[in-house]
Design a protein around this ligand. Structure first.
Ligand code: HEM
Length: 179
């Protein structure tokens, strides 16, 4: 995982819970990096998992809810860092349907070592989209947060329903309907 994913995460933890919480979850996790991240470095995904799990244990907030809030914060970084990529799209459904074949393809070119999920479009109309998310990282709520923000970005609203295909969350169907 890219360092920017970690630095953004720890910035958000500091903003919401204070610097002591940042120190605490780094201390509680067994990190090869020792919690020292640079935005351009690459770190193991298991480090993120440990940080999120320890934050969940300390706050009582579920890891899904933490990933959701974190993704909404992450979208702000995307808007700042990739305005050109977002400007390619005029419509949120078009944008979400293009993650697999365009957006993440560009991300992978910029960061060859990025670990990205797979999105398979099952059905798409002007106002609806059904997509299957697949990833060993089971970060579907990170995806949900990014989808929520995508609709906000285009000043539209949607209902987004998640259906777990696999109990462990490595395969999830997203059913999106524009309001
Ligand atoms: C992961 C970039 C849009 C879903 C990531 C990562 C980056 C990234 C850098 C981390 C990869 C790593 O560190 O190894 C972007 C950019 C976008 C974008 C620049 C828009 C311009 C979206 C959207 C979704 C999405 C709209 C909505 C579903 C995900 C998910 C992950 C991810 C779920 C976590 C990895 C996993 O589940 O395996 N993305 N992304 N992305 N992205 Fe995107």
């Amino acid at each position: 995982m890219k360092g920017i994913v970690f630095t953004e995460f720890l910035d958000l933890v500091e903003e919401k819970f204070g610097l002591e919480m940042v120190d605490k979850i780094i201390y509680q996790s067994e990190l090869a990096s020792e919690g020292i991240y640079t935005s351009v470095g690459t770190y193991s995904f298991s480090e993120m998992l440990q940080l999120v799990t320890n934050l969940s244990d300390n706050t009582g907030i579920s890891t899904d809810d933490l990933l959701l809030v974190y993704a909404e914060h992450f979208f702000g970084m995307i808007e700042k860092s990739y305005p050109g990529l977002l400007a390619t799209y005029k419509d949120p459904i078009e944008m979400l349907a293009s993650i697999e074949n365009h957006i993440h393809v560009e991300v992978q070119k910029i960061y060859p070592e990025a670990e990205l999920p797979t999105f398979i479009v099952e059905e798409k109309t002007e106002n609806s989209l059904t997509m299957v998310y697949k990833s060993s990282r089971a970060m579907h709520h990170f995806g949900l947060g990014l989808m929520n923000k995508t609709f906000e970005h285009f000043n539209t609203e949607a209902s987004i329903v998640l259906e777990k295909i696999k109990e462990d969350g490595t395969e999830v169907r997203f059913i999106v309907n524009k309001k």
